[in-house]
Design a protein around this ligand. Structure first.
Ligand code: T1G
Length: 690
């Protein structure tokens, strides 16, 4: 046998065990011995049944993503599954951990699937810009019906064992010793006798498929694709399961897969898959981590409440501190209401809601933070206020407690200096709503201790966040680049573009919404307050705020919102205001196309990213991509601003920035030296290393 696949006999049942740490990916060095073993066991008279299981923490978590983009080595996964289906004796997949992608497809090649109670099963290929390429789009509908199969494949979201049992995806959920129970299950199947129908030959669920209903469901899903090809291809492949023979549908799936896997979007999403994991690796892998048993959160407002929920959702007891009982009660009521909404939506059970609420302890006394191992402040965004809070924390927090600020912009070094323990101070910049948004910018201050940093990076992943370590500068990585992206917005309005034209250019690029819609959603008054605090102005936005037009919450901002609807309606009054202000400035208006809008917003975005890299505020270009995809909705199919710069062509970006710099003399267009080097070298790594 091989180091990666072994066979053991349990009476008449042969158990094939895959052992390919860390996630039993279906690499070539697994596929080859697995194929050989199954062929032998198929023809071995003493073997009455076969169980496929995995060692380690999970069943097969998919094809080996590192093999994509390289020559395929036979046998492919599809060949292993096809061989499986030639086996007449009962075959059983014993699933623990996560059976994902090619792993679930391997299990679909078996007659039966049994799962541990905590197992999850899914086809997440769409998140890699792909579709299930091992027959998943053709076999899954045969087991659970086209509607549920389409939902699973287009969302890429795994389901739990119980749901899988109800859907017909697994045949039994077994507690206790999964392998022993799986062997017994296989033995019972063998004793019961065949014939055993492979999934490919089960057509009863397809026979009742309603093609018209399917097409309506697929059309709805396509609307949300926002230029991403994979969801559309997934639906097309599943439709083939209904309208084509098994083999024709398999061939159609293969053709769609090969087209996607060679495309930029799949390359971009694979880049992000590995980039997120790279970002979460802190130097000093074997550093000890500080024990975090209880978390303190100061401030029960929107951010503080969301942060407290994020930790409670991760199972941490939380002490929530406010300045008064009224403020504290308001915060706890909001948290309870948020959980109640999740229960009403079915995304949280009532039991889980009660369990999480039980994790909260409220207080108005700093002394109650003395038993916390991590304390996060989410108080007013003003340096003096933050420094006062940290001064108090310095007095009450236990030795070794990590003291974190949730500041979006402020100098974490200055905050750390207000304590006697700067080595314990770090920034944890959550994005609102903090219990929902994935991105967590972890701000490494000059004196932050390496073990404190390593502790919070690991903690971030435990609460389901995507951590990126950033350095100290105004706005860190995300918000600093956001300012660069928005610097030309007002000039574009004065020169002739309307808010809806600019927003349309963004949504056609793949953003969920444009900057003006986003401003109306978040509330224009937030930016207005920040600008006033810094003595800055934005003529149009300030004027709108002075008129009380804060956006959706006041029924109007850059757009009008009628009858409480959230649909933005272009407002002639706003366009008249823009024209009037442009006239005051003597700016002649002209037609502005989408290309110019992208050049004057997204090229400065990339340029600022290059400056951030030069200043080592971000460790690598891919970290910046992780920030922008997980914190600001940059389209995953374009891989993030720095990956997209490679697709767009850094040379073209430099040339157009030079053009706008000559035309406007505005520094925002001055190409960063690193960007010019990237245009010569072709990659950020080479440009940085050069
Ligand atoms: N291939 C190669 N490496 C993988 C991998 C994979 N499928 N999955 C994880 N890794 C590496 C990962 O890079 C990291 O490496 C380590 O394993 C631990 O991962 C034909 C075409 C299983 C839920 O999309 O969702 O099958 O950084 O940090 O948080 O139709 O990994 O340590 O060097 O994420 O415990 C479909 C992807 C593939 C699942 C575990 N499958 N993986 O999460 O660990 S395409 C997926 C995950 C496919 C077929 C198609 C998660 C996990 P390193 P980790 P984790």
């Amino acid at each position: 046998m091989s180091d990666f696949v072994s066979v053991a006999k349990h009476g008449g049942v042969a158990v094939v065990t895959i052992d390919n740490p860390p996630v039993n990916a279906m690499s070539f060095h697994v596929r080859e011995p697995l194929h050989q073993a199954l062929a032998v066991l198929r023809d071995e008279p003493s073997v009455a049944a076969i169980v496929i299981a995995c060692a380690g923490r999970t069943f097969v978590a998919g094809a080996d993503i590192t093999e994509f983009g390289k020559p395929v080595q036979q046998p492919e996964l599809r060949a292993v599954i096809a061989l499986l289906e030639t086996i007449a004796k009962p075959t059983v997949a014993a699933i623990h951990g996560t059976a994902l992608g090619g792993g679930l497809e391997l299990a679909l090649g078996c007659h039966f699937r049994v799962a541990g109670a905590r197992a999850k099963l899914g086809l997440p290929e769409v998140k890699l810009g792909l579709l299930p390429g091992g027959g998943g789009t053709v076999r899954l509908p045969r087991l659970i019906g086209v509607e549920k199969a389409l939902g699973m494949i287009v969302s890429g979201t795994p389901i739990g064992a119980t749901e899988a049992l109800e859907a017909g995806l697994v045949d039994a959920v077994l507690d206790g010793d999964l392998l022993a129970r799986a062997v017994r299950f296989a033995s019972e199947m063998a004793a019961r006798g065949g014939p055993f129908t492979p999934v490919r030959d089960r057509n009863d669920r397809l026979a009742v498929a309603d093609l018209a209903a399917f097409d309506r469901q697929a059309a709805e899903l396509a609307k949300k694709a926002r230029g991403h090809e994979a969801p559309i291809a997934c639906a097309e492949a599943v439709r083939g399961a209904i309208s084509l023979s098994f083999d024709e549908a398999l061939a159609a799936e293969r053709e769609l897969f090969l087209k996607l896997v060679a495309g930029d979007q799949a390359r971009a999403q694979r880049h992000l898959f590995f980039a997120e994991r790279e970002a979460a690796k802190v130097p000093g892998k074997d550093l000890s981590r500080r024990k975090i048993a209880r978390v303190g959160v100061i401030g029960a407002g929107t951010m503080g409440g969301g942060i407290a929920m994020a930790f409670a959702n991760g199972g941490f007891p939380v002490t929530l501190l406010e300045t008064s009982q009224e403020a504290l009660q308001r915060g706890l009521t909001t948290i309870d209401r948020n959980y109640a909404v999740s229960v009403s939506r079915g995304s949280l059970t009532e039991a889980a809601r009660q369990q999480r609420l039980g994790l909260f302890k409220g207080s108005t006394d700093y002394a109650d933070l003395a038993d916390c191992d991590l304390i996060v402040e989410a108080v007013f965004e003003e340096m003096a206020v933050k420094q006062e809070v940290f001064g108090k924390l310095d007095a009450v927090a236990k030795p070794g407690a990590i003291l974190a600020t949730n500041t979006s912009y402020l100098d974490v070094n200055a905050i750390a200096a207000s304590t006697s323990r700067p080595q314990d101070v770090v920034g944890l910049h959550f994005f609102s709503p903090a219990n929902v948004m994935k991105l967590l910018e972890i701000v490494r201050a000059e004196k932050t201790a390496p073990d404190a940093l390593a502790t919070v990076v690991e903690l971030a992943r435990r609460i389901g966040k995507v951590p990126v370590v950033v350095g100290v500068c105004h706005g860190f990585v995300g918000n600093r680049m956001l300012a660069a992206r928005g610097a030309e917005s007002e000039a574009l309005l004065f020169e002739g573009a309307t808010p809806s034209q600019i927003d349309k250019a963004f949504t056609e690029f793949g953003w969920p919404m444009g900057p003006f819609q986003m401003g109306d959603l978040a509330g224009l008054d937030i930016g207005w307050r920040n600008r006033k605090a810094r003595g800055l102005t934005a003529v149009i936005a300030d004027t709108l705020c002075e008129q009380g037009r804060f956006g959706q919450k006041t029924g109007s901002g850059f757009y009008r919102y009628e009858n409480g609807f959230r649909t933005p309606v272009p407002d002639p009054e706003v366009e008249a205001l823009i024209r009037a202000k442009a006239a005051e400035k003597g700016i002649a208006r002209r037609a502005i196309d989408a290309d110019e809008i992208i050049e004057r917003t997204l090229y400065p975005l990339v340029n600022e990213g290059a400056k951030i890299l030069e200043e080592k505020i971000a460790a690598r270009a891919s970290d910046i991509d992780v920030v922008w995809v997980n914190g600001y909705g940059f389209p995953v199919g374009k891989g993030g601003p720095m990956f997209w710069a490679g697709l767009e062509g850094a040379g073209k970006i430099v040339e157009r920035l030079d053009h706008w710099h000559e035309r406007t003399a505005r520094p925002i267009f001055q190409p960063a030296p690193l960007l010019r080097r990237m245009a010569e070298t072709g990659t950020w790594e080479a440009a940085v290393g050069g």
